[in-house]
Design a protein around this ligand. Structure first.
Ligand code: B12
Length: 291
């Protein structure tokens, strides 16, 4: 929770302005027992994005350096190159700062992932051909990117009353970033997201569907060694999800190998932007999206 002073310092305005914006409802706040206004970091982030403000002193919000990135106004390609350098040299704070700066400047989580993160990881993916050191860098880059994503998720709206979603990557699939990204994208759309992560047997995902009754279930497929078996399992899960009133969205680098049919309540998506659009459709009044 931020004090009005901390928030004012961070965005470079007077404390009285922050108090006024709270009192006229532009910034959500709670009152302490002693009557002081306190603002959640997620609410501060929402306000900064919507008002198009710059965070001049991110350290007041406990955030890493954002100003350097905010000033650069880099394209997705340039940001991807920078991120690649941060990920492969282990600069987690810089990687976090880059992703956050773009988000706070108004990009959606989907744009941040589909853009710079995928650019950087695609380049990381060329390293393994040059030997074991490449695989080491792949692991390290993934770890650094994961830390940045976790911190970005902390800026997203607190879950509250949002629609429920759950997902993961199937057994035999060790990839962590895609499923974590899906969770962050859904949270950015106001969903409550439970990421079961990599190596989740689809039977286990099915059990959590029965328990949580999600409106949206996602599967991220980066490995499809047994495409026929996985296809069968995915279709089985799709039936279970549909029977309980939800939809299943399947994506990931290897999803095309499953040759999934067009089916009611089963969607195949190629990017985080598509996941976001599908999720957005679910929030519209009935009839908003087709099956
Ligand atoms: C990190 C990484 C690894 C790490 C994974 C660490 C971890 N715990 O996550 C490790 C070191 C384990 C690894 C291992 C291997 N890897 Co690897 N890996 C990668 C790398 C560099 C990044 C993957 C990643 O996280 N991307 C970031 C995410 C966010 O992007 P994404 O997965 O592309 O997802 C996007 C879309 O698919 C979509 N999406 C994803 N999920 C979902 C879900 C839904 C619902 C929707 C709608 C959309 C969606 O949106 C995302 C954003 O646009 C890729 C390179 C690349 N081009 O992707 C290679 C890559 C996937 N690996 C590859 C290879 C060859 C291997 C190895 C065989 C050899 C090696 N490099 O060590 C082993 C095999 C592992 C196995 N068990 O099968 C190849 C695969 C080639 C192929 N087509 O089969 C790639 C493409 C590298 C390359 N250019 O050769 N790897």
């Amino acid at each position: 929770m931020l004090t009005t002073r901390q928030l004012a310092d961070a965005i470079g305005v007077s404390e009285s302005s922050v108090k006024r914006w709270i009192d006229d409802g532009r910034i959500g706040a709670i009152r302490t027992a002693g009557g002081h206004r306190r603002v959640r970091v997620e609410e501060a982030a929402r306000y900064v994005r919507e008002a198009g403000m710059a965070i001049e002193r991110p350290e007041s919000l406990g955030l890493p350096d954002l100003a350097a990135h905010a000033r650069r106004k880099a394209t997705d390609g340039e940001a991807g190159e920078m991120l690649y350098d941060y990920l492969t040299t282990g600069l987690a704070a810089e990687a976090t700062g880059l992703l956050m700066a773009r988000f706070l400047a108004g990009a959606s989580v989907a744009q941040v992932v589909d853009g710079p993160l995928v650019q950087a990881m695609t380049k990381v993916g060329e390293l393994w051909r040059s030997g074991p050191n490449g695989i080491l860098l792949e692991h390290r880059a993934t770890e650094v990117a994961l830390r940045a994503l976790v911190r970005l998720r902390a800026l997203l709206r607190p879950p509250g009353e949002g629609l429920v979603s759950v997902g993961g990557a199937p057994a035999g699939d060790p990839y962590v970033l895609a499923s974590m990204s899906a969770a962050a994208v859904l949270e950015d759309e106001g969903f409550r997201a439970t990421n079961l992560g990599p190596e989740t047997p689809l039977g286990t995902l099915g059990l959590s569907v029965e328990k949580l009754r999600p409106r949206l279930v996602w599967i991220s497929v980066s490995v499809a060694n047994d495409a026929t078996g996985l296809r069968r399992e995915v279709l089985g899960l799709a039936d279970r999800v549909r029977a309980l009133g939800g939809i299943l969205v399947v994506g990931g680098a290897q999803v095309d190998r499953l040759l999934l049919p067009r089916k009611q309540a089963l969607y195949v998506g190629g990017s985080m932007a598509e996941l976001r659009a599908i999720a957005h459709g679910l929030k519209l009044p009935a009839g908003g999206t087709g099956g």
